[in-house]
Design a protein around this ligand. Structure first.
Ligand SMILES: [Zn+2]
Ligand SMILES: [Zn+2]
Length: 508
Protein backbone atom coordinates (compact mmCIF):
# COMPACT_ATOMS: atom_id res chain seq x y z
CA UNK A 1 0.00 0.00 0.00
CA UNK A 2 1.33 3.40 -0.91
CA UNK A 3 1.02 6.21 1.55
CA UNK A 4 0.76 8.90 -1.11
CA UNK A 5 0.91 9.17 -4.87
CA UNK A 6 4.44 10.49 -4.57
CA UNK A 7 5.54 7.31 -2.97
CA UNK A 8 6.77 5.06 -5.74
CA UNK A 9 9.07 2.70 -3.90
CA UNK A 10 8.19 0.35 -1.10
CA UNK A 11 10.20 -1.76 1.22
CA UNK A 12 9.04 -4.51 3.44
CA UNK A 13 9.82 -5.00 7.08
CA UNK A 14 8.33 -7.58 9.39
CA UNK A 15 5.44 -8.24 7.06
CA UNK A 16 4.25 -4.65 6.82
CA UNK A 17 4.59 -2.64 3.65
CA UNK A 18 6.06 0.71 4.51
CA UNK A 19 6.86 3.70 2.42
CA UNK A 20 10.22 5.32 2.10
CA UNK A 21 10.13 8.88 3.27
CA UNK A 22 9.81 11.28 0.38
CA UNK A 23 9.58 15.01 0.36
CA UNK A 24 6.59 16.52 -1.30
CA UNK A 25 5.06 19.95 -1.11
CA UNK A 26 1.52 20.37 0.11
CA UNK A 27 0.93 22.71 -2.80
CA UNK A 28 2.22 20.11 -5.27
CA UNK A 29 -0.18 17.57 -3.83
CA UNK A 30 -3.04 19.98 -4.23
CA UNK A 31 -2.19 20.50 -7.89
CA UNK A 32 -2.27 16.78 -8.71
CA UNK A 33 -5.92 16.23 -8.06
CA UNK A 34 -7.37 13.60 -5.75
CA UNK A 35 -4.76 11.83 -3.69
CA UNK A 36 -4.75 9.24 -0.99
CA UNK A 37 -3.97 11.37 2.02
CA UNK A 38 -0.68 10.39 3.58
CA UNK A 39 -1.76 8.80 6.84
CA UNK A 40 1.41 9.38 8.79
CA UNK A 41 3.37 12.42 7.89
CA UNK A 42 5.37 15.34 9.13
CA UNK A 43 5.15 18.88 7.88
CA UNK A 44 8.08 21.16 8.53
CA UNK A 45 6.71 24.46 9.68
CA UNK A 46 9.49 26.29 11.52
CA UNK A 47 13.24 25.96 12.03
CA UNK A 48 13.29 24.60 8.47
CA UNK A 49 16.32 26.03 6.67
CA UNK A 50 16.80 28.39 9.64
CA UNK A 51 17.51 28.17 13.35
CA UNK A 52 14.47 29.76 14.95
CA UNK A 53 10.72 29.10 15.08
CA UNK A 54 11.10 25.38 15.82
CA UNK A 55 7.82 23.65 14.92
CA UNK A 56 7.10 20.36 13.19
CA UNK A 57 3.62 19.03 12.60
CA UNK A 58 2.97 15.31 12.94
CA UNK A 59 -0.27 14.01 11.46
CA UNK A 60 -1.50 10.48 11.97
CA UNK A 61 -4.59 8.84 10.47
CA UNK A 62 -7.05 10.38 8.09
CA UNK A 63 -10.47 12.00 8.01
CA UNK A 64 -12.17 12.45 11.34
CA UNK A 65 -9.66 10.10 12.92
CA UNK A 66 -6.69 12.24 12.00
CA UNK A 67 -4.60 13.34 14.97
CA UNK A 68 -2.26 16.31 14.87
CA UNK A 69 0.65 16.76 17.24
CA UNK A 70 3.01 19.71 17.25
CA UNK A 71 6.64 19.18 18.13
CA UNK A 72 7.61 22.53 19.64
CA UNK A 73 5.96 25.83 18.83
CA UNK A 74 8.81 28.29 18.92
CA UNK A 75 9.21 31.94 18.15
CA UNK A 76 10.88 33.14 14.96
CA UNK A 77 13.65 35.60 15.76
CA UNK A 78 15.73 37.88 13.58
CA UNK A 79 14.64 40.86 11.52
CA UNK A 80 11.74 42.38 13.40
CA UNK A 81 9.14 42.99 10.73
CA UNK A 82 9.81 39.69 9.00
CA UNK A 83 9.67 37.61 12.16
CA UNK A 84 6.54 39.39 13.37
CA UNK A 85 4.67 38.26 10.28
CA UNK A 86 5.98 34.69 10.62
CA UNK A 87 5.10 34.52 14.31
CA UNK A 88 1.56 35.74 13.69
CA UNK A 89 0.87 32.86 11.29
CA UNK A 90 -0.36 29.81 13.19
CA UNK A 91 1.29 26.55 12.08
CA UNK A 92 -2.11 24.80 12.16
CA UNK A 93 -5.58 26.03 13.14
CA UNK A 94 -5.75 25.44 16.90
CA UNK A 95 -8.89 23.30 16.74
CA UNK A 96 -6.92 20.77 14.69
CA UNK A 97 -4.16 20.37 17.28
CA UNK A 98 -4.58 17.40 19.60
CA UNK A 99 -1.38 17.81 21.61
CA UNK A 100 1.94 19.61 21.73
CA UNK A 101 5.23 18.07 22.80
CA UNK A 102 7.91 20.52 23.82
CA UNK A 103 11.62 19.69 23.68
CA UNK A 104 12.86 22.49 25.94
CA UNK A 105 12.13 25.93 27.28
CA UNK A 106 14.15 28.12 24.89
CA UNK A 107 11.96 30.74 23.27
CA UNK A 108 12.79 29.57 19.75
CA UNK A 109 11.08 26.29 20.76
CA UNK A 110 8.42 27.33 23.29
CA UNK A 111 7.83 31.01 22.49
CA UNK A 112 4.62 30.71 20.51
CA UNK A 113 2.82 28.38 22.91
CA UNK A 114 1.03 31.34 24.55
CA UNK A 115 -0.06 32.42 21.08
CA UNK A 116 -1.72 29.02 20.68
CA UNK A 117 -3.38 29.52 24.07
CA UNK A 118 -4.48 33.01 23.07
CA UNK A 119 -6.11 31.53 19.98
CA UNK A 120 -8.03 28.99 22.07
CA UNK A 121 -5.75 25.95 22.31
CA UNK A 122 -6.80 23.88 25.32
CA UNK A 123 -4.98 20.59 24.80
CA UNK A 124 -2.01 19.25 26.72
CA UNK A 125 1.54 20.49 26.27
CA UNK A 126 3.89 17.67 27.28
CA UNK A 127 7.37 18.52 28.54
CA UNK A 128 9.75 17.67 31.37
CA UNK A 129 9.13 19.13 34.86
CA UNK A 130 12.17 21.43 34.67
CA UNK A 131 11.06 22.68 31.24
CA UNK A 132 7.66 23.51 32.66
CA UNK A 133 9.16 25.50 35.52
CA UNK A 134 11.56 27.32 33.21
CA UNK A 135 8.63 28.13 30.91
CA UNK A 136 6.82 29.70 33.86
CA UNK A 137 9.36 32.48 33.88
CA UNK A 138 10.40 32.51 30.22
CA UNK A 139 6.93 32.73 28.73
CA UNK A 140 5.97 35.44 31.22
CA UNK A 141 9.08 37.33 30.18
CA UNK A 142 8.25 36.83 26.52
CA UNK A 143 4.69 38.12 27.08
CA UNK A 144 6.14 41.14 28.83
CA UNK A 145 8.40 41.83 25.83
CA UNK A 146 5.45 41.50 23.40
CA UNK A 147 3.41 43.97 25.44
CA UNK A 148 6.30 46.43 25.79
CA UNK A 149 7.11 46.25 22.07
CA UNK A 150 3.53 47.06 21.16
CA UNK A 151 3.54 49.99 23.60
CA UNK A 152 6.86 51.26 22.23
CA UNK A 153 5.66 51.19 18.63
CA UNK A 154 2.42 52.94 19.55
CA UNK A 155 4.25 55.66 21.47
CA UNK A 156 7.22 56.30 19.21
CA UNK A 157 6.06 55.43 15.74
CA UNK A 158 2.30 55.73 16.02
CA UNK A 159 2.21 52.16 14.78
CA UNK A 160 -0.55 50.18 16.43
CA UNK A 161 -0.03 46.44 16.65
CA UNK A 162 -1.59 43.87 18.93
CA UNK A 163 1.03 42.12 21.03
CA UNK A 164 1.41 38.55 19.82
CA UNK A 165 0.13 37.54 23.25
CA UNK A 166 -0.27 38.91 26.73
CA UNK A 167 0.62 37.86 30.24
CA UNK A 168 -2.70 36.08 30.81
CA UNK A 169 -2.00 33.89 27.76
CA UNK A 170 1.39 32.90 29.18
CA UNK A 171 -0.32 32.00 32.47
CA UNK A 172 -2.97 29.96 30.66
CA UNK A 173 -0.21 28.11 28.79
CA UNK A 174 1.28 26.98 32.08
CA UNK A 175 -2.04 25.40 33.04
CA UNK A 176 -1.79 23.20 29.94
CA UNK A 177 1.74 21.98 30.58
CA UNK A 178 2.23 18.54 32.04
CA UNK A 179 5.68 17.46 33.21
CA UNK A 180 6.80 13.92 32.40
CA UNK A 181 10.03 12.29 33.54
CA UNK A 182 12.77 11.10 31.19
CA UNK A 183 12.92 7.53 29.85
CA UNK A 184 9.23 6.66 30.33
CA UNK A 185 6.69 6.21 27.56
CA UNK A 186 3.53 8.28 27.85
CA UNK A 187 0.40 8.41 25.69
CA UNK A 188 0.12 11.66 23.77
CA UNK A 189 -3.07 11.09 21.81
CA UNK A 190 -4.71 8.22 19.90
CA UNK A 191 -2.00 6.44 17.95
CA UNK A 192 0.91 8.42 19.36
CA UNK A 193 3.05 7.78 22.38
CA UNK A 194 6.28 9.47 23.29
CA UNK A 195 9.33 9.29 25.50
CA UNK A 196 11.76 12.01 26.57
CA UNK A 197 15.47 11.36 26.83
CA UNK A 198 18.23 13.66 28.04
CA UNK A 199 19.31 16.13 25.34
CA UNK A 200 22.06 17.71 27.46
CA UNK A 201 21.35 21.17 26.05
CA UNK A 202 19.78 23.17 28.90
CA UNK A 203 18.13 22.23 32.18
CA UNK A 204 15.15 20.00 31.38
CA UNK A 205 15.96 19.69 27.68
CA UNK A 206 14.88 16.50 25.99
CA UNK A 207 15.03 14.62 22.75
CA UNK A 208 11.68 13.08 21.87
CA UNK A 209 11.04 9.58 20.59
CA UNK A 210 7.60 9.15 19.07
CA UNK A 211 5.88 5.90 18.38
CA UNK A 212 3.21 6.42 15.78
CA UNK A 213 0.55 3.86 14.85
CA UNK A 214 -2.12 3.85 12.19
CA UNK A 215 -3.96 0.55 12.00
CA UNK A 216 -1.27 -2.08 11.63
CA UNK A 217 1.41 0.39 10.58
CA UNK A 218 3.92 1.59 13.06
CA UNK A 219 6.84 4.03 12.90
CA UNK A 220 9.34 5.46 15.29
CA UNK A 221 10.33 9.07 14.88
CA UNK A 222 13.15 10.66 16.84
CA UNK A 223 13.21 14.43 17.17
CA UNK A 224 16.58 15.51 18.52
CA UNK A 225 15.39 18.82 19.96
CA UNK A 226 18.54 20.85 20.49
CA UNK A 227 21.40 18.48 21.23
CA UNK A 228 23.93 19.61 23.82
CA UNK A 229 27.50 18.58 24.50
CA UNK A 230 29.34 16.32 26.82
CA UNK A 231 30.91 17.95 29.88
CA UNK A 232 28.77 21.08 29.85
CA UNK A 233 28.56 22.52 33.35
CA UNK A 234 25.71 21.41 35.66
CA UNK A 235 23.59 19.42 33.21
CA UNK A 236 24.02 15.82 32.15
CA UNK A 237 25.53 14.67 28.88
CA UNK A 238 23.19 14.02 25.94
CA UNK A 239 21.79 10.52 25.75
CA UNK A 240 20.88 9.51 22.19
CA UNK A 241 17.47 7.77 22.09
CA UNK A 242 17.88 4.02 22.12
CA UNK A 243 14.53 2.82 20.79
CA UNK A 244 15.40 2.84 17.11
CA UNK A 245 14.05 5.22 14.50
CA UNK A 246 12.61 5.13 11.00
CA UNK A 247 12.94 8.87 10.74
CA UNK A 248 15.16 11.30 12.62
CA UNK A 249 14.59 15.04 12.76
CA UNK A 250 17.98 16.33 13.74
CA UNK A 251 19.14 19.82 14.57
CA UNK A 252 22.14 21.05 12.59
CA UNK A 253 23.02 24.44 14.08
CA UNK A 254 26.75 23.71 14.02
CA UNK A 255 26.77 21.04 11.34
CA UNK A 256 29.68 22.69 9.56
CA UNK A 257 32.18 23.15 12.39
CA UNK A 258 33.73 21.76 15.51
CA UNK A 259 33.88 23.64 18.78
CA UNK A 260 36.72 23.96 21.18
CA UNK A 261 36.39 21.68 24.15
CA UNK A 262 34.28 22.72 27.12
CA UNK A 263 37.36 22.44 29.36
CA UNK A 264 39.29 24.70 26.97
CA UNK A 265 36.49 27.27 27.14
CA UNK A 266 36.71 27.31 30.93
CA UNK A 267 40.45 28.01 30.73
CA UNK A 268 39.86 30.72 28.13
CA UNK A 269 37.19 32.29 30.32
CA UNK A 270 39.70 32.45 33.17
CA UNK A 271 42.32 34.02 30.88
CA UNK A 272 39.88 36.67 29.57
CA UNK A 273 38.85 37.59 33.11
CA UNK A 274 42.46 37.83 34.30
CA UNK A 275 43.61 39.93 31.31
CA UNK A 276 40.63 42.28 31.35
CA UNK A 277 40.93 42.78 35.12
CA UNK A 278 44.63 43.59 34.68
CA UNK A 279 43.66 46.34 32.18
CA UNK A 280 41.12 47.66 34.67
CA UNK A 281 38.31 46.83 32.27
CA UNK A 282 34.98 45.05 32.35
CA UNK A 283 34.07 41.72 30.89
CA UNK A 284 30.66 42.21 29.25
CA UNK A 285 28.92 38.96 28.45
CA UNK A 286 25.67 38.88 26.49
CA UNK A 287 24.16 35.59 27.63
CA UNK A 288 20.84 33.83 27.54
CA UNK A 289 19.32 34.36 30.94
CA UNK A 290 18.42 30.72 31.11
CA UNK A 291 21.14 28.16 30.84
CA UNK A 292 24.20 29.99 29.68
CA UNK A 293 24.11 32.45 32.57
CA UNK A 294 23.89 29.67 35.17
CA UNK A 295 26.70 27.76 33.46
CA UNK A 296 28.91 30.84 33.53
CA UNK A 297 28.13 31.52 37.18
CA UNK A 298 28.86 27.89 37.97
CA UNK A 299 32.18 27.97 36.13
CA UNK A 300 33.19 31.32 37.65
CA UNK A 301 32.38 29.75 41.02
CA UNK A 302 34.62 26.82 40.22
CA UNK A 303 37.44 29.05 38.85
CA UNK A 304 37.30 31.25 41.91
CA UNK A 305 37.44 28.24 44.24
CA UNK A 306 40.53 27.09 42.37
CA UNK A 307 42.11 30.58 42.58
CA UNK A 308 42.20 30.92 38.77
CA UNK A 309 40.47 34.30 38.59
CA UNK A 310 40.95 37.41 40.72
CA UNK A 311 38.33 38.52 43.23
CA UNK A 312 36.38 40.97 41.09
CA UNK A 313 32.63 41.55 41.35
CA UNK A 314 30.38 39.43 39.15
CA UNK A 315 27.03 41.02 38.37
CA UNK A 316 24.20 38.98 36.96
CA UNK A 317 22.21 41.89 35.64
CA UNK A 318 18.97 40.25 34.69
CA UNK A 319 15.76 39.67 36.67
CA UNK A 320 15.01 36.75 34.35
CA UNK A 321 18.40 35.16 35.04
CA UNK A 322 17.83 35.66 38.75
CA UNK A 323 14.50 33.82 38.52
CA UNK A 324 15.95 31.15 36.24
CA UNK A 325 18.71 30.52 38.75
CA UNK A 326 16.02 29.87 41.37
CA UNK A 327 14.44 27.32 39.00
CA UNK A 328 17.84 25.65 38.53
CA UNK A 329 18.14 25.40 42.30
CA UNK A 330 14.74 23.62 42.37
CA UNK A 331 15.78 20.87 39.97
CA UNK A 332 18.79 18.99 41.27
CA UNK A 333 17.31 15.87 39.62
CA UNK A 334 18.49 17.30 36.31
CA UNK A 335 22.09 17.96 37.42
CA UNK A 336 25.10 15.93 36.44
CA UNK A 337 26.08 14.33 39.72
CA UNK A 338 29.42 13.23 38.28
CA UNK A 339 30.66 16.81 38.57
CA UNK A 340 32.76 17.74 41.57
CA UNK A 341 31.16 21.13 42.22
CA UNK A 342 27.65 19.61 42.04
CA UNK A 343 28.67 17.08 44.69
CA UNK A 344 30.60 19.47 46.92
CA UNK A 345 29.11 22.96 46.88
CA UNK A 346 25.96 23.39 48.97
CA UNK A 347 24.86 26.29 46.81
CA UNK A 348 26.09 26.27 43.23
CA UNK A 349 25.06 29.81 42.36
CA UNK A 350 25.77 31.77 45.51
CA UNK A 351 29.32 32.61 46.51
CA UNK A 352 31.28 35.73 47.53
CA UNK A 353 31.57 38.41 44.80
CA UNK A 354 28.50 37.28 42.86
CA UNK A 355 25.53 39.61 42.91
CA UNK A 356 22.18 39.30 41.19
CA UNK A 357 20.73 42.71 40.34
CA UNK A 358 17.00 42.96 39.95
CA UNK A 359 16.16 46.68 40.03
CA UNK A 360 16.68 48.96 37.05
CA UNK A 361 18.30 51.53 39.38
CA UNK A 362 20.85 48.94 40.54
CA UNK A 363 21.51 48.03 36.93
CA UNK A 364 22.08 51.66 35.95
CA UNK A 365 24.42 52.14 38.91
CA UNK A 366 26.75 49.57 37.40
CA UNK A 367 27.58 52.02 34.61
CA UNK A 368 28.92 54.59 37.06
CA UNK A 369 31.01 52.12 39.05
CA UNK A 370 34.76 51.95 38.67
CA UNK A 371 37.20 49.11 38.50
CA UNK A 372 37.16 45.72 36.87
CA UNK A 373 34.04 43.61 36.98
CA UNK A 374 32.16 40.97 35.10
CA UNK A 375 28.66 41.78 33.85
CA UNK A 376 26.49 38.99 32.53
CA UNK A 377 23.22 40.23 31.02
CA UNK A 378 20.56 39.18 28.54
CA UNK A 379 19.66 38.96 25.78
CA UNK A 380 21.94 36.27 24.45
CA UNK A 381 22.17 37.71 20.94
CA UNK A 382 22.32 41.29 22.26
CA UNK A 383 19.07 42.17 20.52
CA UNK A 384 17.29 43.54 23.57
CA UNK A 385 17.53 43.60 27.34
CA UNK A 386 19.97 45.20 29.73
CA UNK A 387 23.10 44.10 27.87
CA UNK A 388 22.31 46.89 25.38
CA UNK A 389 22.91 49.54 28.06
CA UNK A 390 26.18 47.93 29.06
CA UNK A 391 27.29 47.73 25.44
CA UNK A 392 26.31 51.33 24.77
CA UNK A 393 28.54 52.44 27.66
CA UNK A 394 31.22 49.80 27.35
CA UNK A 395 31.76 48.91 23.68
CA UNK A 396 33.94 51.94 22.95
CA UNK A 397 36.33 51.40 25.88
CA UNK A 398 39.42 49.45 24.75
CA UNK A 399 40.04 48.19 28.29
CA UNK A 400 36.81 46.19 28.16
CA UNK A 401 36.17 42.81 26.64
CA UNK A 402 32.92 41.74 25.02
CA UNK A 403 32.84 38.02 25.51
CA UNK A 404 30.72 36.08 23.05
CA UNK A 405 29.69 32.74 24.50
CA UNK A 406 26.79 31.67 22.31
CA UNK A 407 25.41 31.41 18.82
CA UNK A 408 24.66 34.78 17.22
CA UNK A 409 22.02 34.52 14.50
CA UNK A 410 22.12 36.56 11.32
CA UNK A 411 20.84 40.14 11.56
CA UNK A 412 21.45 40.45 15.32
CA UNK A 413 23.69 42.93 17.14
CA UNK A 414 25.56 39.92 18.53
CA UNK A 415 26.46 38.81 15.00
CA UNK A 416 27.74 42.32 14.19
CA UNK A 417 29.95 42.14 17.29
CA UNK A 418 31.28 38.74 16.18
CA UNK A 419 32.01 40.24 12.76
CA UNK A 420 33.82 43.06 14.58
CA UNK A 421 32.04 45.81 12.69
CA UNK A 422 33.87 49.09 13.44
CA UNK A 423 30.66 50.83 14.47
CA UNK A 424 27.67 49.34 16.27
CA UNK A 425 24.20 50.82 16.29
CA UNK A 426 22.71 50.67 19.77
CA UNK A 427 19.47 52.47 20.70
CA UNK A 428 19.79 54.45 17.48
CA UNK A 429 23.25 55.72 18.42
CA UNK A 430 26.50 54.95 16.66
CA UNK A 431 28.98 53.38 19.09
CA UNK A 432 32.54 52.66 17.92
CA UNK A 433 33.54 49.08 18.72
CA UNK A 434 36.88 49.47 20.48
CA UNK A 435 36.55 46.90 23.23
CA UNK A 436 38.26 43.55 22.69
CA UNK A 437 35.98 40.89 21.28
CA UNK A 438 36.64 37.34 22.41
CA UNK A 439 34.66 34.36 21.20
CA UNK A 440 34.39 31.21 23.27
CA UNK A 441 32.78 28.56 21.12
CA UNK A 442 33.35 25.92 23.75
CA UNK A 443 30.37 27.24 25.69
CA UNK A 444 27.98 26.43 22.94
CA UNK A 445 25.03 24.47 24.26
CA UNK A 446 24.80 22.84 20.81
CA UNK A 447 26.68 19.78 19.73
CA UNK A 448 29.22 20.41 16.97
CA UNK A 449 29.41 18.35 13.76
CA UNK A 450 31.52 15.59 15.29
CA UNK A 451 29.21 15.32 18.30
CA UNK A 452 26.07 15.43 16.13
CA UNK A 453 27.47 12.71 13.89
CA UNK A 454 28.29 10.55 16.92
CA UNK A 455 24.77 11.17 18.27
CA UNK A 456 23.18 10.15 14.95
CA UNK A 457 25.36 7.07 14.61
CA UNK A 458 24.27 5.91 18.06
CA UNK A 459 20.58 6.37 17.21
CA UNK A 460 21.17 4.48 13.95
CA UNK A 461 22.97 1.61 15.70
CA UNK A 462 20.04 1.14 18.04
CA UNK A 463 17.67 1.16 15.07
CA UNK A 464 19.61 -1.50 13.26
CA UNK A 465 19.78 -3.58 16.44
CA UNK A 466 16.04 -3.12 16.79
CA UNK A 467 15.35 -4.39 13.28
CA UNK A 468 14.19 -0.95 12.16
CA UNK A 469 16.84 -0.57 9.51
CA UNK A 470 18.52 2.67 8.59
CA UNK A 471 16.65 5.82 9.46
CA UNK A 472 16.14 8.70 7.07
CA UNK A 473 17.51 11.93 8.49
CA UNK A 474 15.84 15.31 8.06
CA UNK A 475 18.02 18.20 9.05
CA UNK A 476 16.27 21.04 10.83
CA UNK A 477 17.32 24.01 12.97
CA UNK A 478 20.29 25.19 10.93
CA UNK A 479 21.33 27.85 8.47
CA UNK A 480 21.93 26.88 4.84
CA UNK A 481 25.71 26.54 4.91
CA UNK A 482 25.79 24.46 8.08
CA UNK A 483 23.04 22.18 6.80
CA UNK A 484 24.51 21.65 3.33
CA UNK A 485 27.93 20.81 4.76
CA UNK A 486 26.49 18.48 7.37
CA UNK A 487 24.23 16.72 4.85
CA UNK A 488 27.26 16.01 2.66
CA UNK A 489 29.17 14.63 5.63
CA UNK A 490 26.26 12.42 6.69
CA UNK A 491 25.80 11.05 3.16
CA UNK A 492 29.49 10.15 3.23
CA UNK A 493 28.71 8.20 6.39
CA UNK A 494 25.92 6.24 4.69
CA UNK A 495 22.93 8.23 5.91
CA UNK A 496 20.00 9.12 3.69
CA UNK A 497 19.53 12.82 4.30
CA UNK A 498 17.11 15.54 3.26
CA UNK A 499 16.95 19.20 4.17
CA UNK A 500 13.32 20.23 4.25
CA UNK A 501 12.11 23.76 3.54
CA UNK A 502 9.15 25.34 5.31
CA UNK A 503 5.92 23.74 4.12
CA UNK A 504 7.56 20.49 2.99
CA UNK A 505 5.67 17.35 3.93
CA UNK A 506 7.22 13.93 4.30
CA UNK A 507 5.44 10.63 4.60
CA UNK A 508 6.65 8.40 7.35
ZN1 LIG B 1 17.76 25.53 22.62
ZN1 LIG C 1 16.95 26.02 19.39
Amino acid sequence: MLCSLECTRTRRTVGVAVCRPVISRVSENAARGPIIPPHMHIEFSGAAREVTGSCHILRVGSGTKQRTVLLDCGMFQGRRSESRAKNAKLPVPVDEIDAVILSHAHIDHAGRLPYLAAKGYKGTIWCTPATRDLCAIMLADSAHIQEKDAEFLARHRSEFIEPLYRMEDATRTLELMVGMPLNKWFDVTDGVRAMFTEAGHILGSASITLEVRDGTEFRRVVFSGDVGRCNLPIIRDPQPPASGADVILCESTYGDRDHESVEGAREQLAAVVRETAARGGRVLIPAFAVGRTQELVYDLHSLRRDGKIPDIPIFIDSPLATDATAVFAMHPEAYDHNEELVRQAPNLFDFPMVKFTRDVSESKRLNSMHGPMIVIAASGMAESGRILHHLRYGASDPRNTILVVGFMAEHTLGRRIVEQRPVLRIFGEEVPLQAQVEILNGYSAHADRTELLAWLRTVREHGVADGRGRPHVYLVHGEHEAQDAFAAQLRGDGFEVSIPSPGDVVSL
